[in-house]
Structures are given as C-alpha cells and as structure tokens.
Design a binder for this molecule. Structure first.
Ligand code: SAM
Length: 251
C-alpha cells in the first residue's frame, strides 16, 4: 500500500483516520505487513506494521526512501469551474501527471454556481480525489486543492508565480511551447532548481476578450495549445503534460 500523509515520530509512524480504516478493514492488513508511507512533506519510508486497530495503525521504519517523484517545475492548474463532475476528472488526471496544486475559480462564463458555505462536501471530495490519485501515482506529496477563487482574487495571485500562461484558443500568435522553452531554460538552469508555473484554463464557453486583456495586464502570457479546440477538462492536462515534458519530467 501507499499511505500519505502519515505522522512520523523518530523511526515510528502513526497512521490514523480513513487511512487506518482502509488498512485494517479494506486491505485486511496484519502485523508484519509492509507499507510505503509518506508525511507528504519531507519524509517517505518502507514501514512494517507493529500494531493495528481500526482508528490507528503503528508501524516501524525499516527503510527510508528518497522523495524523488515530484517535478522541479511546480505547476498549479487554475481551472474555471466546469459543469458536472469534470473538476474531479481534472484533479484526478492532473495529479497523476504531476500538478502540485489546483485553484478552481469563477469567471464570466462559468455556468455552475458555487456557494462556499454550502459546498464544503465538494471541496472535501476534490481533496480526497487528489489524495487517492497521488497515492496511485506514487507521488511524494498530495497536491493542494483551494476553495474556488473569484476572478479578481485569481488575478491578484498571479504575482506569486514565476510565470502565468493564460490558455486562450483565440491566441494564434504565441503558443505554449514558445513560452515554455525560454522559461524552462531561464528558470530551471540546474538540477536542484525549482520554478512555479500557473496554467489558467477557461470554462465551457471560454474566456471573454476583456478577461484575456485583464489577465495580460496582471502579468499572464496568452498562449494557444494548437489549432484544435480542446474541452475545458482536456486543456489543463494537455498543457501540464507539455510543460513537464519541456522541463524534462515526462518520460
Ligand atoms: N466547448 C468546449 C467545452 O465545452 O469544453 C471547449 C471549451 S474551451 C473554449 C475551454 C478552455 O480550454 C478555453 O477557455 C481555454 O482555456 C482552453 N482551450 C481549449 N482549446 C484551446 C486551444 N487550442 N488553445 C488554448 N486554450 C485552449
């Protein structure tokens, strides 16, 4: 199994909550079984179960492991909330590919409503999907999923990234690759370096021209993803795969 995050204390680790229940009830874990666990931040290890109850499993570290499955290019997917369960698809697939966080947001043509007070369950579900996808992909970290932002707050957040690519199907000048190539060369010069990239994707009806201008004014570069129009849930994962390929972290 792969469980993340868990709490380490020296060479022992305690696994609680849903993970503990999953190990005891679903996987029918036994004393002496081996697990790979991560604290989701800086530590990952092969451990052996030494005691188990439904609410908590204690295990002892038998081998520390390197956390080397995270990309140096840290990509956040800002996705204008799509209809139905498409946000779940975005989170699941982009977590497998290697996104480090998700920033859903509301834009002019967003069709679905989001009432933060009533939608705690939805956010909880998105976070669970990110965790499960991270485990299946053997990520060392679970990507964060933020509460949906207003368009204005999304624009204000642009300044905390090294680069922001605004995916705009009407952009026939600069393409994603034209931006990524020089960005990666300049921002990731050697193996230890890291850089943060934000990919902004619109809703089913796309962005308005005003939104494109506002994004550029806030520091984004408007980019195309080729001649074909991708569905809103396909665009982010495509751009993410291209970005990680360009930074040498896909295949
Ligand atoms: N109507 C389809 C749907 O329901 O999903 C397509 C929607 S497309 C307008 C949604 C978003 O995907 C756009 O706002 C843009 O961010 C991104 N996108 C899709 N194709 C693109 C392309 N060729 N270049 C750049 N961005 C693209």
């Amino acid at each position: 199994y792969f469980v993340t995050p868990a709490q380490f204390e020296g060479d022992r680790v305690e696994i609680t909550g849903d993970d503990a229940r999953h190990i005891t009830k679903v996987m029918r874990g036994r004393l002496g079984d081996k697990l790979i666990v991560s604290d989701g931040v800086s530590r990952e290890a092969m451990v052996e179960i030494e005691s188990l109850e439904a609410a908590s499993v204690f295990a002892v570290v038998i081998e520390s492991m390197e956390m080397r499955n995270e990309p140096r290019l840290q990509v956040t997917i800002a996705q204008s909330l799509p209809k139905g369960d498409k946000m779940e698809t975005v989170i699941q697939k982009c977590t497998e590919i290697g996104a480090v966080s998700f920033a859903p947001f509301l834009s002019e043509r967003t069709i679905v409503q989001y009432d933060a007070k009533k939608e705690g369950k939805r956010l909880e579900r998105w976070r669970k999907i990110a965790k499960e996808a991270a485990e299946q992909a053997h990520r060392n970290r679970v990507p964060s999923v933020e509460q949906p932002l207003s368009w204005r707050n999304l624009l204000a957040a642009f300044s905390s990234y090294d680069a922001v690519c605004f995916c705009y199907e009407k952009e026939h000048g600069s393409q994603l690759r034209d931006v990524l190539k020089p960005f990666v060369e300049q921002a990731l010069p050697e193996s230890g370096s890291q850089a943060c990239l934000l990919l902004v994707v619109g809703p089913e009806g796309g962005f308005t021209e005003e939104e494109c201008r506002a994004a550029e004014d806030a520091g984004a570069v408007s980019v195309g993803l080729g001649r074909r129009i991708l569905r809103c849930e396909t665009a982010g994962m495509t751009a993410l795969a291209c970005a990680l390929y360009e930074s040498g972290e896909m295949g």
